[in-house]
Structures are given as C-alpha cells and as structure tokens.
Design a protein around this ligand. Structure first.
Ligand SMILES: Cc1cc2nc3c(=O)[nH]c(=O)nc-3n(C[C@H](O)[C@H](O)[C@H](O)COP(=O)(O)O)c2cc1C
Length: 189
C-alpha cells in the first residue's frame, strides 16, 4: 500500500505542509509506504492543450510531471494539501492538476493502459485558508469533487482548516487529528 502526498503550497513547513505531514503520519501508522512531493520544488509547466496525449497518453512536455505521473499511477491513494490563494487553489497545484490531462483520451476517458490503476483510486484533500471560516476554501473542494466525479476517482475525504501565519496550524489540534485520520483512512479498504 503506497500513499503519495502532494503539497501545493510553496511555504515548506507552512500550514498545509504540517497537515499533510500529519496525514502521511496517519497513513504510515496504518501500514502504508509514504512519499511526499513538494510541487514548488519541481518543474511543472502548464498544459498546452496540444491534444498530442490523446492518442498514446504521453505528454509532449518533458518536465517533472513525467516522474510524478508515474508515482500517481503506482500509488494506492493520493493526498493533496493546498492553501487558498485568491479563492482558488495555488498556481503550483493547478499546473499539476491540469497536467493530469495526459492520463485521458480525447473523450476524457482514462487511457486503456491507465484505467485499471486509476479508476476508483482514492484521493484525499486538505485545504487551508486565512479566513476564519474554513469553508472559504470550498472552491478548491468543488474543483477536486467535480474532477473526481467526472473521472471516477474516489474523493474519500476532505479536511478544511483555517490558519494565516506560517506554522499557526500547529495550535489547531482538531485539524491535526482530522488530517491524521484522513491519512489512516487512505489505507483502509
Ligand atoms: C497570494 C495569496 C493569496 C491568498 N488568498 C487568500 C484568500 O483568497 N482567502 C483566504 O482566506 N486566505 C488567502 N490567503 C492566505 C493563505 O491561504 C493562508 O495564509 C494559508 O495559511 C497559507 O497556507 P500555507 O502555510 O500552507 O502556505 C492567501 C495567501 C497568499 C500568499
């Protein structure tokens, strides 16, 4: 069982990073092999909508997404953690998500080679926003929820939290426990 953590904040050791670490600790405790990818430390260009991936499922852009897509395919669950930037996900997370395009054919169906590994795969989401109301991050939840519904991924859990200053979430035991449980749940059948 492999659980992949994807950090969409450029602020390493920031709030969404702390919650992602909690989730990965939960997954590890439940027996998973874990790995974290910090998107801001990778080279990930935006999707060009060139359509070249429609045939073979191979993206023409040769950057770090090639290796990340391989890890996505190998993972049993992927937990994303991302802060809210101007009522949306960060640019790093959006570029990453758009590059999932290469997994699909022209009809937005999983490429045959990928479908067995991807259909029903567990996806978790953690959001952090500065607004005291954690639901301010709902536009990100909406984006992941629709994407997962559309592509038959299993969005098995969402944790929403509020924090502003770097590391402030450390004082939020509820959010930390929820994130830990999200990680554990990634491993459960
Ligand atoms: C460019 C930018 C835009 C932001 N936009 C919002 C916003 O629209 N709503 C909000 O509640 N917080 C917003 N924030 C605050 C962050 O969501 C908040 O500080 C969060 O804790 C950052 O998480 P991190 O420590 O994981 O990077 C913004 C922060 C930045 C840097």
């Amino acid at each position: 069982m492999k659980v992949l953590g994807i950090l969409g904040s450029p602020r390493v050791k920031g709030n969404s990073d702390i919650l992602l670490d909690q989730a990965l600790a939960g997954a590890k405790e439940a027996g998973a092999k874990i790995e974290k990818i910090v998107l801001s430390q990778k080279k990930i260009s935006g999707c060009l909508d060139c359509g070249k991936c429609n045939e073979a499922g191979v993206c023409v852009i040769k950057d770090d997404m090639t290796a990340i897509r391989k890890k996505i395919l190998e993972a049993d669950a992927i937990i994303h953690s991302v802060p809210l930037y101007f009522w949306a996900m960060t640019a790093q997370m959006k570029a990453y998500l758009d590059r999932w395009c290469a997994f699909f054919d022209a009809e937005w169906q999983w490429h045959k080679a990928y479908a067995p590994r991807m259909k029903g795969k567990k996806v978790g989401l953690i959001t952090v926003c500065g607004d005291p109301d954690p639901s301010t991050s709902d536009p990100i939840v909406h984006s992941f929820k629709n994407t997962c519904e559309f592509t038959e991924l299993n969005l098995y859990g969402v944790v929403k939290a509020s924090a502003s200053k770097k590391g402030e979430i450390m004082g939020n035991d509820k959010a930390k426990i929820e994130a830990f449980e999200l990680g554990k749940k990634a491993v459960q059948k």
